[in-house]
Design a protein around this ligand. Structure first.
Ligand code: NAD
Length: 323
């Protein structure tokens, strides 16, 4: 099957980079980007773009039919920190959008679905180190609840209706192209921006808060790999644990200091500390590595080097534009 792809939530942190990657792989005319607003002009202007509200079943269906879509990547969601501010909005968006896409697949309008879950499916009662694929899951955030329930529905639609839905539990994702959209791991992106612009950063988590993280290139690679894998090799239809590295705010600050010796980090934990404290510190992703050969590439040192060099170019360009 030649993929004809719709990305829902394509203007966001992950959706945008996924759009570039899938267009490079399958051609511009085979990858339709969509979002609820024109919030990322680079994406809007870089190929076919549609305004689609993921909560509007008819609008998603019209777009699918108009472009003869067979594969949907559903990236629209309200993330962990924003979800705690707007619990019902998070529940409505995260659940309705998933049901719409799963129902389109059940009705055979589309053949294949990618839907991301998160390490937020885990909660305070989950073993924190090397968290296994199958373990206690009692999420304490609305976001985590939507992801856990979503996983159950993905597995249910696969078993009852043979829907080919594939999913990954992303850790915190670090990237330089698009800013993150309201998650608890956002500090690990903001810190690089502030290191370049201000040489200092006030972190909203405590210095020893260890969380699982991943560079965007690895997250995109995992997404492409699981979607390209043979159907028979996808043995888990809830969502796969996925891991790369784990580090604390103190460790990321130290890796930045190797490049910017005067960098100063201070700590002022806020409501996001409680969310971070409920999540795993490290993840066992042996099933992903075994079933479809998942492998990460970027260490913390690699990420710091790449983030600082890309952001230096970006901010130099902005300074030139404003002169
Ligand atoms: P993001 O907040 O950066 O982007 C979400 C996009 O969805 C935005 O462009 C937004 O405009 C769009 N959107 C919101 N409401 C919409 C609607 N009604 N219809 C259509 N589009 C709508 O999020 P992200 O970081 O790119 O995350 C993508 C997915 O990955 C989400 O499911 C998220 O839960 C998951 N995830 C992300 C991370 C991370 O660290 N970024 C970690 C774990 C899981």
């Amino acid at each position: 099957m030649n993929p004809k792809i719709l990305i829902i939530g394509a203007c966001g942190q992950i959706g945008s980079e996924l759009t570039y990657k899938l267009r490079a792989l399958y051609g511009d005319k085979n990858v339709i980007a969509s979002d609820i607003s024109y919030s990322n002009l680079d994406i809007v202007n870089s190929g076919i773009f549609e305004i689609v509200d993921a909560q509007d079943y008819a609008a998603v269906k019209v777009c699918v039919e108009k472009h003869h879509i067979n594969t949907v990547y559903l990236m629209a969601a309200i993330l962990s920190a924003t979800g705690e501010k707007y619990p019902m909005k998070a529940w409505d968006l995260n659940m309705n959008s998933l049901f719409h896409v799963l129902n389109l697949a059940k009705a055979k309008f589309i053949k294949k679905v990618f839907w991301p879950s998160s390490i937020a499916v885990y909660g305070p009662t989950t073993p924190k180190e090397n968290t296994p694929q199958f373990t206690v899951m009692e999420p304490s955030t609305v976001y985590g609840i939507t992801k856990q329930v979503g996983e159950r529905w993905c597995q249910y639609y696969h078993e009852k209706y043979a829907v080919d839905v594939r999913s990954l539990r992303y850790p915190g994702i670090i990237s330089w192209k698009t800013m993150p959209g309201g998650g608890t791991t956002d500090y690990a992106v903001e810190i690089y921006h502030k290191a370049i612009t201000d040489k200092k950063y006030e972190c909203f988590l405590k210095e020893d808060t260890k969380l699982p993280m991943m560079f965007m290139d690895d997250a995109i690679k995992a997404t492409v790999d699981i979607m390209q894998a043979e159907e028979k090799d996808i043995k888990i239809r809830s969502s796969y644990n996925l891991a790369a590295i784990s580090f604390t705010p103190k460790e990321i600050a130290e890796s930045i200091k190797k490049h910017i010796p005067g960098f100063n980090m201070t700590y002022k934990p806020d409501y996001r500390q409680n969310i971070a404290d409920s999540w795993p510190k490290s993840i066992d992703d042996a099933f992903a590595r075994k079933d479809w050969n998942w492998n990460h590439e970027f260490s913390l040192q690699d990420i710091t080097k790449e983030m600082l060099s890309q952001l230096r170019i970006k901010y130099n360009g902005l300074l030139k534009e404003s002169n």
